[in-house]
Design a protein around this ligand. Structure first.
Ligand code: ATP
Ligand code: MG
Length: 276
């Protein structure tokens, strides 16, 4: 690839992943960052925003899954200063959207700890009660106001899956389509964090997004193997082979030239919709 073309790409902040993407992401479009629980999505998403900050760009993290203090705490040991990343706190325990008065209120009624222990359905219900006003539509309103004031280059929504679970929107698909269209037209490079999409459902983010990067956390025997796949990437050639990744004190690292261990590959091949 010519240096000129490479310059048009947005670095993900992870060298090996940039190699898989032939330089990085085409800027100004939304992408899905999917993965299973604990697969490293938040870590990678923060790395992506940090990379932007390092290049003098403005970066926004919409924190829904975890309270910002916890995100800061989790990445502090990596030696990253996330101070320059603006964090929009829409976690259910957040107080009303702090900088605005007339904004939709995100009520704080329950302690995070009690939510953590709840089982999935119960957790969703508890989260819903804790954030009765959070919806796809209200988030879009917040973002609209935020973007009017600040020109961001990079945005992460962590996670779209939780937003959907919590959303009180009557028609979630319409709301999601509207939010995704809004993000596409905002000309920012967005990472939309999701769970691994169900192959039988056609989620709007999957067909509207420009591409999908998927992180895998596989239990092979007694060992956890991590790897990354590029499921789709419109308008750009990319690596179609799963590559090993690690999470360590440097954050997410991808070994672009290496193959995943055989046991992990066998597991990946057994996952419906994987390596298709
Ligand atoms: N310094 C480290 N060394 C080794 N592993 C680490 C380190 N830091 C984080 N991890 C691993 O990364 C995982 C968390 O990654 P992260 O929170 O980014 O994943 P996630 O996909 O966002 O998870 P969640 O489903 O909780 O949202 C931890 O569970 C841990 O296994
Ligand atoms: Mg996370």
């Amino acid at each position: 690839m010519s240096a000129e073309k490479k310059e048009l790409k947005a670095s993900t902040g992870v060298q090996g992943l940039d190699k898989m993407l032939k330089g990085g992401l085409i800027p100004g479009r939304p992408y899905v960052l999917s993965g299973s629980v604990g697969s490293g999505r938040t870590t990678l998403a923060v790395q992506f925003l940090q990379q932007g900050v390092r290049q003098g760009e403005r970066a926004l993290l919409v924190a829904i899954d975890e309270p910002p203090a916890e995100i800061r705490e989790n990445v502090r040991y990596l030696g990253w200063d996330v101070g320059k990343i603006r964090i929009l706190d829409v976690h259910p325990t957040a107080k009303a959207y702090s900088r605005r008065v007339a904004m939709v209120e995100i009520a704080a009624q329950r302690a995070v700890g009690s939510l953590r222990e709840a089982k999935d359905d119960a957790k969703t219900e508890a989260l819903k009660q804790a954030s009765p006003d959070l919806s796809v539509q209200s988030l879009q309103l917040m973002l609209k106001q935020e973007f009017q004031e600040t020109r961001y280059s990079r945005v992460v929504i962590d996670s779209l899956t939780t937003l959907k679970r919590l959303s009180g929107d009557a028609d979630i698909s319409m709301g999601m389509m509207s939010l995704l269209r809004f993000l596409s037209e905002s000309n920012m490079t967005c990472l939309l964090v999701t769970d691994v999409p169900d192959i039988t459902s056609v989620e709007p983010e999957i067909f509207i997004s420009r591409g999908e990067i998927r992180l895998h956390r596989l239990m092979t025997g007694t060992k956890i193997e991590r790897c990354v796949t590029i499921e789709k990437m419109r308008g750009s050639s990319h690596d179609t082979v799963p590559r090993p990744m690690t999470i360590a004190k440097e954050g997410v690292q991808v070994k672009a030239g290496k193959k995943v261990p055989k046991a992990a590959l066998t597991m990946l091949q057994g996952i419906p919709g994987s390596l298709r």
